[in-house]
Ligand binder design. Structure first.
Ligand code: APR
Length: 359
């Protein structure tokens, strides 16, 4: 996570009035993690100028997701790159643009997303996917696509962003349907919000942390299951509560064993499971191929929304316009950026949904 330091104006940067830093290496403040699980250090880092089709942003707010937790701990084998600057849930302003960038200019307010959209390729022209052929999310990559290099440097070394959409797009939850959500962090509760807005009749929330049930009730969850309260498998409990199985289940905990429970909790014949959790374990899916004859399973990246062509409309219609998605409910804490270690502590202890870090 990185942002311009508070003396940015000394660099001549003002929103929308051009800037003196374009094309130059700039210095900014970043929370750098030097080794797995070590505390974040506030460092001054150098950020290279944006190259062709790249933009450099002034980050104003950021937040932490469970994926940041696993990356911080070095749990995901493909992401053990240290030192690094984490963060993929932010909001900011365009500071300068690289060659060939035509739809953004300095001063534009933006929400950076990890899944790109060129608008021209076969995937972007198709309504069946949001995985652009050229700029789709690549969780194994920690360098820029154009030249395989990084843009952040710290002390001479390299230092290195879905739920509503899953309910609307990947599952297409319909009015009166039955839903089970496994893992009630911000991702799972966003699924609940999406299912509530679609008029689901039953939304069962499953979590081992009962503190999550309080917030879950505000987000439309109708019944709660703590697997630790039962001797039988949680999928059996969910199937009993839903009288035969839910129509849709969502795996939002990032745990492969939970994924199996989510899969088996759906109704035979038409049950659909949507995978949202990121599974750092190198283990393969715990399913027998024959089980796929009875139920279906899909995964969803970025809620299946196309980031450039669909997200602005969703924000205008569902967040700013009719104010229907309870976005504020997801921000449980606010802290200054310098308190990032406390923010990680809150998330890892299950006390925060999202902690807004102000730069
Ligand atoms: N059974 C049920 N719930 C579980 C279990 C389990 N065995 N293990 C963990 N959980 C719950 C946690 O108690 C927590 O409430 O899953 C929830 C996960 O929430 P967060 O840690 O806040 O994660 P979130 O940011 O919502 O992300 C969820 O999506 O982005 C990915 O990597 C991320 O896999 C993670 C998932």
């Amino acid at each position: 996570m990185a942002g311009f330091s508070s003396d940015d104006d000394s660099n001549g940067f003002h929103d929308g009035d051009g800037n003196k830093t374009a094309g130059k290496v700039i210095k900014c403040k970043a929370a750098v993690v030097w080794a797995p699980g070590e505390p974040f250090m506030m460092e001054e880092i150098e950020v290279e100028a944006p190259r062709r089709l790249e933009v450099r942003l002034r980050i104003l707010f950021t937040s932490i997701c469970h994926t940041d937790l696993t990356a911080w701990m070095g749990e995901n084998e493909s992401q053990r790159v240290f030192p690094r600057v984490l963060g993929h849930e932010a909001a900011g302003v365009v500071e300068s643009i690289g060659e060939g960038v035509e739809d953004l200019r300095p001063g534009d307010r933006v929400v950076p997303v990890f899944n790109g959209e060129c608008g021209d390729c076969a995937a972007c022209r198709s309504s069946k996917t949001n995985l652009c052929c050229g700029f789709a999310v690549d969780p194994n990559r920690s360098v820029m696509r154009s030249d395989g290099r990084v843009r952040f440097y710290c002390a001479g070394r390299d230092g290195v962003r879905r739920g509503v959409g899953a309910a609307w797009n990947a599952a297409n939850v319909d009015e009166g349907s039955k839903v089970a959500i496994f893992g009630l962090g911000a991702v799972g509760l966003a699924v609940a919000e999406g299912a509530r807005l679609r008029g689901a009749a039953q939304i069962i929330g499953v979590d081992i942390n009962t503190d999550k049930f309080v917030k879950g009730r505000e987000m439309g969850i109708t019944e709660f299951v703590n697997p630790q309260d039962y001797t039988k498998s949680v999928h059996e409990v969910v199937r009993e509560l839903s009288k035969g199985g839910v129509d849709y289940s969502f795996e939002c905990s990032g745990n492969l064993d939970v994924l199996r429970q989510a899969f088996l909790s759906t109704h035979k014949g038409w049950g659909l499971t949507v995978v949202l959790g990121i599974h750092p374990s190198p283990r393969m899916l715990p399913l027998h191929p024959m089980e796929l004859f009875e139920r279906k399973m899909v995964a969803s990246v970025f809620g299946d929304f196309k980031p450039k062509s669909q997200l602005p409309d969703i924000i205008n219609k569902w967040i700013i316009g009719a104010n229907k998605i309870n976005l504020d409910g997801f921000i449980t804490h606010e802290l200054p950026f310098t308190e990032i270690n406390q923010a990680f502590q809150l998330l890892s202890e299950g006390k925060a949904l999202r902690c807004l870090l102000k730069l």
